[in-house]
Design a protein around this ligand. Structure first.
Ligand code: GDP
Ligand code: IMO
Ligand code: MG
Length: 423
């Protein structure tokens, strides 16, 4: 039995999509457990690039069943657009895509409130996909779930009740135009027909699959430092990308999970606001962005770039319980003669022992760097650990030691074959 959780170890965009695609060859089911269409998971196969937002990256392998768990917030428009995109590329989802009836629906007012929230002083730099407001309604016990689409009278009642409140908020607090109740009801009634065949009892389905000896990969979106509990709050997303979220987000009990696999970028990136101790605002940062093509897969925003932060990944590996990791984008570092790695933080000259939990403290830390030699050699054609330059091996050893991670996979380019296992 293998029930593996795959998590992003930094601030997202570590290359989860690529590694899920590689690993899913050995899995029967790939399930997403949190987040929504804020994710952008890129997979390159041959000349074709696929960017998946809601549907697990396992969908690109024809014999893999894909599941969207209850922990995900589903934007029906985004879902249908993605299904259409896949079908236009001859990838059928029929009979192999299942969505939890307990997953919450992103409503038009969630996206509107997300964008209004971002226009003020308390900007997070969200993706604008309505994620925060949808999870707010979920936890306020006002959300509308996929199961509600099945009963028209229930759906009407819930949309009416929600809109009464949201329209008052829009008008009185934000001085904004209100939304039309009937228009939204009519739009969402249509979704029932389009989505009904995918909706199922996911916990029962997954637990039966486990009993039948199936292999399940649980695909996290975002990354540990964007976790609402363990990340750089409030500059986080509104869900639990860390491994603990995989259980609540799918209905697979924690004691059925057999391993946790982390995805670690060979340097660090972040999109949106919030502290970033190793951020480079100089020409090295620019070089990482250009060589690494660091532009958001969902919003196209330039990603902030910086050196590898081993202190942060050590913390991330601890809260996720990471057993082993894939190092991605190692090829990008070929462009540097000297590479810095952050091995700790100092505040007022004193070494910090644990990862700071408040953003003001984190904004004040001074990273402690060690410098290692770059290899200045193209490694994108390397297909085994033993063929890597000695200096590249040294860098991997250094990362592994300082971040306390065991490296199982190395990725040296965006394509499927630019990957190898160590051991
Ligand atoms: P995700 O959100 O974690 O799935 O990551 P994204 O897809 O948002 O961003 C990762 C980007 O890096 C994508 O454009 C990938 O095609 C690309 N990528 C993944 N692995 C590698 C790698 O090893 N080297 C290079 N150069 N690019 C990679
Ligand atoms: P993947 O799965 C990187 C960031 C946003 C913002 C914060 C909150 O591709 O790694 P939200 O829209 O979730 O309310 O935005 O989280 N963010 C991501 N950053 N990769 C992602 O997903 C992200 N999803 C959200 O930029 O800072
Ligand atoms: Mg991404």
């Amino acid at each position: 039995m293998s029930i593996t959780v795959l998590v992003g170890s930094q601030w997202g965009d570590e290359g989860k999509g690529k590694i899920v695609d590689i690993l899913s060859e050995k899995f029967d089911i790939v399930a997403r457990y949190q987040g929504g269409a804020n994710a952008g998971h890129t997979v390159e196969i041959g000349d074709k690039q696929y960017i998946l937002h809601l549907i697990p990256s396992g969908i690109l392998r024809k014999d893999v069943t894909c599941v969207i768990g209850n922990g995900v917030v589903v934007d029906p428009n985004a879902l249908l657009t993605e299904i259409k995109f896949l079908e236009e590329n001859n990838i059928s989802v029929e009979g192999r895509l299942f969505i939890s009836h307990n997953a919450h629906l992103i409503m038009p007012y969630h996206k509107l409130l997300d964008s209004i929230g971002e226009s003020g002083d308390r900007k997070i730099g969200t993706t604008g996909r309505g994620i925060g407001p949808c999870y707010m309604d979920k936890f306020a016990r006002k959300g509308i779930r996929l199961v509600d689409l099945l009963k028209e009278d229930v759906l009407r009642k819930k949309i009416r009740e929600n809109l009464e409140e949201k329209n008052a908020l829009l008008k009185k607090v934000y001085n904004h135009d209100t939304l039309d109740v009937e228009e939204i009801i009519n739009e969402y009634i249509q979704f029932d027909k389009a989505i009904d065949s995918y909706v199922t009892d996911v916990p029962s389905m997954l637990n039966k699959a486990i009993d039948d000896g199936k292999y399940i990969l649980l695909e996290g979106a975002q990354g540990a430092l964007l976790d609402v509990d363990h990340g750089t709050y409030p500059y986080v997303t509104s869900s639990s990308p860390t491994s603990g979220g995989a259980s609540t987000g799918t209905g697979i009990p924690p004691n059925k999970i057999t391993s946790i696999f982390g995805i670690v970028k060979a340097y660090t990136t972040r999109v949106g606001q919030g502290p970033f101790p190793t951020e480079l605002t100089d020409s090295d940062g620019e070089k990482l962005r250009e060589v690494g093509a660091e532009y958001g897969a969902t919003t196209g925003r330039p990603r902030r770039c910086g050196w590898f932060d081993a202190f942060l990944v050590r913390y991330s590996a601890m809260i996720n319980g990471v057993d082993s990791v894939a190092i991605t984008k190692l090829d990008v570092l070929s462009a540097f003669e000297k590479i810095k790695v952050c091995v700790g933080y100092k505040i007022e000259g004193k070494e910090v022992n644990t990862f700071p939990s408040d953003v003001d403290t984190l904004s004040d830390v001074t990273p402690v760097y060690e410098t290692v030699d770059g290899w200045l050699e193209d490694i994108s054609e390397c297909r085994s650990y033993k063929n890597l330059p000695e200096k590249t091996k040294n860098y991997l050893d250094f990362m592994s030691d300082k971040a306390n991670i065991k490296i199982d996979i190395v990725s040296v380019g965006p394509k499927r074959d630019q990957t190898f296992f160590i051991n």
